[in-house]
Every structure is written in C-alpha cells, then in structure tokens.
Design a protein around this ligand. Sequence first.
Ligand SMILES: C[S@@+](CC[C@H](N)C(=O)[O-])C[C@H]1O[C@@H](n2cnc3c(N)ncnc32)[C@H](O)[C@@H]1O
Ligand code: SF4
Length: 296
Amino acid sequence: MYGYFDYNQPLFRPPSEAQSLIFQITLGCSHNNCTFCGMYKMKNFALRKVDEVAAEIAAIPAPHRARVQRIFLADGDALVYPQAGLVAILDLLAENFPALTRVAAYASPNSLTTKSVENLRLLREKKLRILYFGLESADDATLKLVNKGFDSAQMLAECEKAKAAQIKLSVTAILGLAGRQRSHEHALATAEWVNALSPEYFSLLTMFRRHNDAHFELIAQLSNGEVMEEAVEIVRNLHPHKTILRSNHVSNLFNLAGSYPKDREQIIAQAEMALVEAKRHPNWYTLVPDYEETHF
Ligand SMILES: C[S@@+](CC[C@H](N)C(=O)[O-])C[C@H]1O[C@@H](n2cnc3c(N)ncnc32)[C@H](O)[C@@H]1O
Ligand code: SF4
C-alpha cells in the first residue's frame, strides 16, 4: 500500500484484508510445525520491537495515515504477541490512525492459549475486531497426523474465548487435507465443529502444494471429483446458527457463498450442481488438483 518501509518476505494476508495496511509485529509462526503449511518454513519465529513498529508508523506521512481505516497484523499468528506489547501497539495505532475502524490478525490455537477472555476483551476495546483462525479439520486423527498441536475440543474452547470477548472469528478448513483415508470423518467432524461454534465467517480452502511435499506422502491425495464430493458432504451437514460462508480462495475448484441459516438450501444446491457439472468431465474428475504456489 505504501512504500515507506520494507516487509520481511514472504508476507501473507487473508483475501478479505486486501485493502488493509499491514504491519508485521511478529515474523513467522510460533508453531511452524503443521505438515501441510509451508508459509513460514523459511523464517525463524521472532517478535518485532514496539519501537520498530512505531518507527514504521512514523514513516507514513500524516495525510496518508488519516485515510487508513483497516489494519492487519502479520505474520502467521500475531495474536501471540505478549499482552502488554500488543496493547501498546494497538494504542499506537489508535493514536496515529484517526479513521481506524478495525484491526485484524491471524490467530493460531497456540496464540489463543496466551490470552484470557479479559485480555481479549481489552484488545477488542482497542479495536482488535477479527481473528483469522485455521481449524483445518475437526477430525482428531487428522489433526494429529498434520501436527496441528491441538485437538478439536481444545480448539473449540480457545475459539469460544474469542467469542466471549466479542471478537469476530473467520475460520478456515482445508478440503483434501485428510486424504482419501479420512475424507468422510474429516467432512462430518468439521461441519459439526462449525455448527457448535457458529463463527461469524467460515471458508473452505483446497489442499495445495507449497513447501509441503512431506504432507502428500502422509495421505492418498483426493482427485478433483473427490474434493468436490467432500465439499458437498460438508455443506450437507452444515447448519450453524449464524455464519457467513465465503469460500473463494484461489485454490478452490469452485466458489461457495451465502449466509446461514437463510441460504443453507441454496448453498447445498450450489455445491451439488457443481458436482453434477464436474461428473460430465470424467477425465478432469479423476485428476488431482494442480494448483500450487512456487514463488516462495
Ligand atoms: C497463517 S495460517 C492461519 C492462522 C493461524 N496460523 C492458524 O494456523 O490458525 C494460514 C492458513 O492457510 C491455510 N493453508 C496453509 N497452507 C496451506 C496449503 N498448503 N493448502 C491449503 N491451505 C493452506 C490453512 O488453513 C492455514 O490455517
Ligand atoms: S497453519 Fe498456522 S499454525 Fe500451522 S504452521 Fe501454518 S501458520 Fe503456523
């Protein structure tokens, strides 16, 4: 957005933060051990100093700062930043960006364990309004296989803390993560977990290659058709109380969008129609998804 300071590459942000100004308050990921995730494998986890963030803010001319409404805190689980420092950073943002409406961050399950509900309430008061959380799967055998470090019940308890603090949650799960071995269990458990939490947002990504070859040795990779069947099984079992589904990641074979409970039947119909269409292309149906990221 601005050319006043350099980012430590690679830098990632959710698609919905495309218009946000980004500050890297951490580098890498405090866990960095999920088999499927190569996003931060090339980085050693580190906290950046509050003074470094302050210097980056100061480098932005005041007229530009005045126009910033949204800020995203990177890298992979910026919520892990120690509470006192995170409060200091949020105070700096509020002081320097007069039009700021919301701050967002990635939050791993590990990062949520470092914050109490009271801590999270204070962060919310200081404009931390949404956390992006990678559930990946709620099938415990799959979570263990991929080294997520937490089981589904632990992750539910951690996310419920954010909910109690009225911080919005955007949760992602990965189609194809469990391979053919546990596709069915992965689909059912994931839908049930989302029903239990009813996060504000839920999206599906599709397993792709990026510094994670070892993960593909753990699973029998799903074909395009099997990925779509898994998606259909998930949406047939989804009935959260109030959740927006927006599944539009570049890795996906088809997009899904709608709001629960209102659009439930329409979402199922969207997924089933995509599956019917896919079956008309038997060669494509049996191929494995070919999207991969090789630039980092
Ligand atoms: C920065 S993390 C999200 C926040 C946090 N680190 C966590 O794990 O909860 C980015 C998300 O991208 C997704 N992801 C990472 N590598 C992927 C891959 N190879 N294929 C599909 N999704 C992937 C996962 O859902 C992961 O949670
Ligand atoms: S999925 Fe999240 S917690 Fe796991 S290694 Fe990637 S960034 Fe870290």
